[in-house]
Design a protein around this ligand. Structure first.
Ligand SMILES: Nc1ncnc2c1ncn2[C@@H]1O[C@H](COP(=O)(O)OP(=O)(O)O)[C@@H](O)[C@H]1O
Ligand SMILES: [Mg+2]
Length: 210
């Protein structure tokens, strides 16, 4: 495939969506945006969206964690088939907000299924497609979650310990992946200001796309 596949990873509240929007703005200003396809899982296709509704349905309290992991992998595959593969084949830069690494750390480390097990099912789901570049937004879970809660007045303004422990395992999972894949995964300090994080991301991204 001719294009390049770039993924954005990091805990909830690490600033991915905010900074991706800044990057889009920058690329548009520089008239470079035509070569890009911006996407996010589940990818806006009807099958992946339907799968996501099943995953997020609060009534399905009996959902087994491996079932959940398989559903994420299934939604990912359909997103690849409908959006990512065609864009890469036509030579585009595809930037995705989250990809396999999210499953490795959330289901593998967070839910303690094991990152190796999650890797197996995702190899099958993706035909082994790995990102050419992954930009990882590193932040302590507490800070990310506080950012999110600040902007959601209606939700309970307290972090329960179980949730925090889950996110700490997810964070450790990301650190492990970054350490094991230094060529692919570039770590950004996401505790900095939005402008500085955007600048750091562009410094990694621009040499890669030119
Ligand atoms: N560097 C930053 N410093 C302070 N607040 C931030 C920063 N980046 C993002 N935020 C805020 O944190 C919240 C979550 O950001 P968001 O981009 O949605 O994160 P993500 O997509 O990684 O979950 C938003 O309210 C956003 O305005
Ligand atoms: Mg987001």
């Amino acid at each position: 495939m001719d294009g390049k596949f770039i993924t954005f990873e990091g805990l909830d509240g690490s600033g991915k969506t905010t900074v991706i929007n800044n990057v889009i703005e920058y690329l548009k200003e520089k008239n470079k945006f035509d070569n890009f396809v911006i996407t996010r899982e589940p990818g806006g296709n009807r099958i992946s969206e339907a799968i996501r509704e099943i995953i997020l349905n609060q009534e399905f309290t009996e959902m087994d964690k491996r079932t959940e992991a398989l559903l994420y992998a299934a939604a990912r595959r359909q997103h690849l088939i409908e959006t990512v593969f065609p864009a890469l084949e036509s030579g585009k830069y595809v930037m995705s907000d989250r990809y396999v690494d999210s499953s490795l750390v959330y289901q593998g480390a967070g839910r303690e299924i094991g990152m190796d097990k999650i890797d197996e099912i995702n190899q099958f789901a993706t035909n082994g497609l790995e990102p050419d570049l992954t930009i990882y937004f590193d932040i302590e879970p507490q800070i990310g979650l506080e950012r999110i809660q600040k902007n959601r007045q209606n939700e309970v303004n307290r972090l329960d310990q179980e949730k925090l422990d889950f996110y700490k395992r997810v964070h450790q999972g990301y650190l492990k992946l970054a350490k094991e894949n230094p060529q692919r995964i570039k770590t950004i300090d996401a505790t900095q200001s939005i402008d500085k994080v955007t600048e750091d991301v562009l410094n990694v991204l621009l040499p890669f796309i030119d």
